[in-house]
Design a protein. Structure first.
Length: 232
């Protein structure tokens, strides 16, 4: 890949990556700052999209239209949906869907966007494999899981809501942007992968765990992404 787009929802998720870049040019569009430069020898565009699916979708389209990226990495933190996936572990998307989409009255499955031909958007196999290999290389003590990432415009901090999402969608983690980035990438035929470090368990403890473990989770993701780009 000649140029890779790297999206984080929050400044905390991309600030270290921006510090590591060289030859940086900043372009602004849609109230976002797109940092074009070199990261570990690879041309990248690093950007904070803002939180939520709309921000993430807009950001992805700009990366495609204005920067002609060859692939997109979404990095950030998420809540675990499986008991064996612990705080600090990494989830790499096999696919992504939006858990807050519901058009069942029209015959669609929960999570399926009406008049789209897929339920979930599949991540790129090469990017999945490279993310896994890079994580083992730079985060050897961290658990790595490959599975479905589910997204919605909700911070999940209620056990009952979590259990409902697990039952319907069999997700590995939940967050607020990945599936929107996946949808935009799918529509533009651009390969993508969502990489999420676990900051909480998406249950009644989430509001306490999230601020306590956010920084460490982000560090794990930054190490992975910065190593990964050199191999794509």
């Amino acid at each position: 890949m000649k140029r890779i787009g790297i999206i984080g929802a929050m400044e905390e998720e991309v600030s270290r990556l921006k510090e590591m870049m060289e030859q940086v040019t900043i372009r602004k569009k849609a109230s976002m700052e797109f940092n074009l430069g070199i990261l570990n020898g690879k041309e990248v565009v690093v950007v904070r999209s803002g939180i939520g699916k709309v921000n993430a979708g807009i950001c992805t389209q700009i990366l495609v239209d204005d920067f002609q990226v060859d692939g997109i990495i979404n990095t950030g933190i998420a809540g675990s949906l499986k008991n064996e996936i612990n705080i600090g572990d990494i989830v790499i998307s096999t696919d992504a869907l939006q858990h807050d989409v519901d058009a069942r009255e029209f015959g669609y499955e929960p999570g399926q966007i009406p008049r789209m031909d897929v339920l979930a958007f599949k991540a790129d196999l090469q990017m999945i494999e490279q993310a896994e290999a890079s994580s083992h290389e730079v985060n050897p003590e961290v658990g790595v899981f490959k599975g479905r990432v589910v997204s919605g415009d909700q911070f999940i901090a209620d056990r009952r809501v979590k259990e409902n999402i697990i039952e319907k969608f069999q997700g590995y983690c939940t967050e607020m942007e990945g599936a929107a980035i996946a949808q935009a990438a799918y529509l533009n035929h651009v390969p993508f992968v969502v990489i999420r470090s676990i900051s909480d368990k998406a249950d009644d403890s989430a509001s306490v765990d999230y601020p306590a473990f956010e920084k460490k989770a982000i560090e794990n993701g930054v190490r992975l992404v910065s190593h990964m780009v050199t191999c794509l």
